[in-house]
Design a protein around this ligand. Structure first.
Ligand code: GLU
Length: 278
């Protein structure tokens, strides 16, 4: 098997040490085996994505000594593809249009006898208000679209984790419904991250998805999506998170840990690798 990995940053700020760690592991995993390493620009958030951040990402990756294969995929150029997938697989996904506002959802949840307000990897677990609405085959993509896992089939899903939590991770459709719920796949005219990520990983033939442990639970969503769409599952490697002095996961606001700051301070790429232990 040719190993194909990817690094999928959102161009909404500078790359920090955590991103560098992800990119290096992903790059090295593929290159060691003579495989391919792609960079995918996840620029679906049109208001926050900026060309200057994209340029900075490529500049930083290049400085780190990482080389990537062509083509570079930009999600903003693939909106039509995600729409086609939703239209084609609407039945398999149990897709339904949801007109609930955040407030509607909160109100429904605080009503007596409704499920408790639980937070899953896709946010508040949806109380099911719009579920069961007749689904229009002529999707207008104006309202939010959610998927619903069929419970009567009582399916078991699983994915293979190769990272620090190495194991075959399995969960049932019931467990998914309780702890994740009806995931949003389309919102405000754009595909949700989960949908775009799964479609792209499949179409780019990614064999190993490398990313931080913060996305470990989201992988359950991706596993259900892969199963519903009939896509081959990749292997997953969720790496440890890089934290600041207070033990908090690095975020875009941690400018002091950005790669360009290290570059300005005279660090060498090998110093960054030493710092990260990779
Ligand atoms: N764009 C996502 C991020 O920056 C990538 C997640 C993934 O690797 O699947 O967090």
């Amino acid at each position: 098997m040719t190993i194909i990995t990817r690094f999928a940053p959102s161009p909404t700020g500078p790359l920090h040490l955590g991103h560098a760690y992800s990119a290096i592991i992903s790059h090295d995993m593929a290159r060691k085996e003579g495989g391919k390493f792609y960079v995918r620009i996840e620029d679906l958030d049109q208001s926050r994505s900026k060309k200057r951040w994209e340029n900075q990402i490529f500049d930083d990756l290049d400085w780190l000594g990482l080389s990537w294969d062509e083509p570079v995929v930009r999600q903003s150029e693939r909106i039509g593809r995600y729409k086609n997938i939703l239209t084609k697989f609407s039945k398999e996904l149990g897709l339904f249009e949801c007109v609930c506002s955040r407030r509607d959802i909160k109100n429904a949840l605080s009503a007596p006898h409704e499920s408790e307000t639980l937070l899953g990897p896709d946010g508040i677990i949806y109380p099911g208000t719009c579920r069961g609405k007749t689904f229009s085959s002529h999707l207008k993509f104006k309202n939010a679209l959610r998927m619903h896992v069929k419970l009567n089939e009582n399916k078991l899903f699983s994915f293979c984790e190769l990272g620090p939590r190495k194991n075959e991770i399995s969960f049932s459709s019931e467990e998914f419904a309780k702890t994740v719920g009806d995931v949003v796949l389309w919102r405000k005219g754009y595909p949700a991250y989960h949908l775009a990520c799964v479609v792209d990983d499949f179409e780019q033939k990614i064999t190993h998805v490398v990313r931080g442990l913060d996305l470990f639970d989201a992988t359950k969503i991706h596993t259900v999506l892969n199963s519903s769409l009939g896509f081959k599952k990749p292997f997953y490697y969720h790496h440890r998170l890089i934290c600041d002095e207070n033990g908090k996961r690095l975020a875009k606001r941690h400018d002091s840990k950005s790669i360009y700051k290290y570059r300005q301070e005279g660090f060498k790429p090998s110093d960054v690798r030493t710092l990260l232990g990779c």
